[in-house]
Ligand binder design. Structure first.
Ligand code: SF4
Length: 627
């Protein structure tokens, strides 16, 4: 045992409340977050899985993180194998190592953590005596292929649905081989990469995935936490005064993902984080979180408020986690009640078209966060390409509503390198930011001060399972030129402070987002080189551009298609074609019986095993039939 690391871990635990220490449980799970403690403890997925696993009597679940700078130096100096936080047990002594990965950029850290733990990184190098390595989290249904060969089982879908079935199968299986086959044969929710042969075409593209055993599906469906009411169904019921149906929907027994361990030393650790809804209805064509969490579902207000009451003695800060806070049909009730409890409210993101006066008032009152909005680009035309249906006039008005409340600093998220982008689109960014700045100065006169406009520029990275998945990322040199051009132009505007992400980082992200299994070697090598992806690519002679910088045809088998998101090919293709013509589409209605994108029960969920998919349980069907 290394004393310095032990001390660092014990200090972290001493600052926490609510962690679990279970002795004598039959199955030990090391729940790993592939980033540091400070970042990992701000992740609700990690809190959720930690709570869910530890609720199961047979399980003892401990956490492990990428060591922070001081700990890492100590691990490397002493050769100590990576340990869990709670009991400082080496990871290699656990039965299961379960990674929760929200961002594909953390794939490198996953490999690094396995290297540090002394557990072979490649599943083919492990045997019955090694821990089972599982991966879950949002990245699992985005594109798990770059780390598929590091992983024994990939949980495809939402953890609250998959955790119990996973544990049952582990406990019931006699051997690792039985376990892997049983999980793969569930047909949905569990992807076992070693049970597939990947067949490549001569040009290096994927031809197909062939299951190696009977009963293993050709494609693995996503499992959804589906007892939560669909956002549109609940909104309609409330709007139409259908109280019986509305009551029925909000009284479903749902799991409310929220902070489970109080950890003030972590980012946002001094506040209660509660997920109020999942998914976004707008269908912005670049946004993986929107499409990959279709259909948008909500946690009823009563469950959110119950959590808030439970935690109020501990904190007066609450963070509402959602891709579209104001879409929640009960948002007024939630805000009113939280303000009555004297909570300082912050939100994870604001969708411009839905910002309400009451939410702005609550945010101003709490003075707890900088307002960040996302115009994405400077031109109305390009916004139609990405299906963000707002005009520059509307954006300036919305920012004005923020400034008029005395919040004179806003952050603006913008992208460079979108498909069809022209020089005129880039120039329109300057016009838009100038107008927002002028509106800020006008409001500032009333308050006797000026604020700041902070544009944050990112290179556009095409994401799997979105309509822009077939597009290439803008060439690295050209992307660099465009970012530089926009930065320079914006920097000339007074009261503007530009931030940007480099073109190189955008390209690295694209490699992990769109790569196939051949990228695994690069990840493993780069992890040993301290994260130097460029050098790993050169050493291994892997052409990153093959994965990132070519337009893909509709006929190409996309590596991430092994995971079936439920979105139909026809829907995504039509949306892609509309993008290229700058034509917008209507939002997802998130109501029963809709068949537009293919996700809902009338299509692929209809024959799903009841234990996994409860998107339309019998009681809901009956209630809807009555309505
Ligand atoms: S099928 Fe309709 S309601 Fe369901 S996710 Fe797709 S667009 Fe939304």
């Amino acid at each position: 045992m290394n004393r310095a690391i032990e001390k660092s871990y014990k200090n972290k635990l001493a600052a926490e409340e609510g962690y679990f220490l279970k002795r004598g449980a039959g199955l030990r799970i090391a729940l790993c977050y592939p980033n540091t403690y400070a970042i990992g403890m701000a992740n609700l997925g990690l809190h959720t899985m930690y709570e869910l696993f530890n609720r199961i009597p047979e399980i003892s679940c401990e956490r492990a993180f990428l060591p922070d700078r001081g700990e890492m130096a100590e691990y490397e100096r002493s050769g100590t194998p990576l340990m869990s936080l709670e009991t400082q047990t080496p990871l290699r002594e656990f039965d299961v190592i379960a990674f929760s990965i929200s961002f594909e950029t953390d794939y490198l850290n996953m490999a690094r953590m396995l290297q540090l733990s002394g557990v072979p990184v490649w599943s083919s190098d492990r045997n019955e005596f090694h821990p089972l390595v599982i991966m879950g989290g949002a990245a699992s249904f985005l594109n798990p292929e770059p780390i598929a060969e590091f992983t024994d089982v990939i949980a495809v879908g939402e953890g609250e649905i998959l955790a119990f079935q996973l544990v049952d199968t582990i406990l019931e299986s006699e051997s690792r081989k039985d376990l892997l086959l049983s999980l793969a044969r569930v047909g949905r929710g569990f992807y076992v990469p070693s049970l597939y042969d990947v067949i490549y075409n001569d040009d290096g593209t994927v031809f197909d995935y062939r299951p190696k055993a009977d009963g293993v599906p050709r494609r693995v469906g996503r499992a959804l936490a589906a007892v939560n009411p669909k956002e549109g169904t609940l909104r309609r019921a409330l709007k139409r005064g259908e109280t019986e149906l509305a009551d029925f929907l909000v009284n479903q027994e749902v799991f409310c993902p929220s902070t489970s361990v109080w950890s003030p030393a972590a980012e946002m650790g001094d506040r209660l984080l509660v997920e109020i809804s999942r998914g976004c209805s707008q269908g912005c064509r670049f946004c993986w979180a929107g499409y990959n969490y279709y259909p948008p579902r909500v946690v009823p207000a009563k469950d959110i408020l119950a959590k808030a009451r439970e935690w109020r003695a501990k904190t007066n800060k609450i963070g509402l986690v959602s891709t579209a806070v104001c879409d929640h049909p009960e948002i007024s009730t939630i805000l009113r009640e939280l303000r009555a409890m004297d909570y300082r409210i912050s939100v994870s993101s604001l969708r411009l078209d839905q910002i309400s006066d009451e939410l702005l008032d609550a945010l101003v009152e709490s003075r707890d966060q900088q307002i960040a909005v996302a115009p994405e680009t400077g031109s109305d035309r390009l916004r139609r390409v990405i299906n963000k249906n707002l005009t520059n006039d509307e954006i300036v008005d919305i920012c004005g509503a923020v400034f008029d409340r005395g919040m004179l600093t806003v952050k603006l998220y913008m992208m460079v390198g979108l498909p069809t982008e022209t020089q005129e689109d880039l120039d329109e960014m300057f016009v838009l930011v100038e107008r927002i700045k002028d509106r800020m100065l006008l409001a500032g006169k009333k308050f006797g001060r000026a604020g700041k406009i902070i544009p944050s520029l990112n290179g556009f990275v095409p994401k799997p399972n979105t309509p822009l998945q077939w597009d290439a990322i803008c060439d690295e040199k050209e992307l660099k030129r465009r970012i530089k051009y926009v930065c320079k132009g914006l920097s000339r505007i007074p009261n503007v402070d530009v931030r940007f992400m480099s073109a190189r980082i955008a390209h690295e992200q694209a490699l992990f987002s769109s790569g196939d299994r051949t990228v695994s070697r690069v990840i493993d090598r780069a992890a040993t080189l301290g994260g130097d992806i460029g050098r790993a690519l050169r050493e291994l002679e892997v052409d990153s551009a093959f994965h990132t910088s070519r337009d893909r045809s509709y006929e190409e088998f996309l590596p991430w298609s092994i995971v079936d998101s439920g979105l139909s090919f026809e829907f995504l293709k039509e949306e892609h074609e509309k993008a290229l013509q700058a034509r917008s589409s209507l939002p997802c209605p998130a109501v029963e019986k809709c068949t537009v994108c293919g996700v809902c029960p009338s299509t692929w969920l209809a024959d799903a095993p009841q234990s996994l998919i409860q998107i339309q349980p019998v009681r809901v069907r009956e209630a809807l039939a009555l309505a």
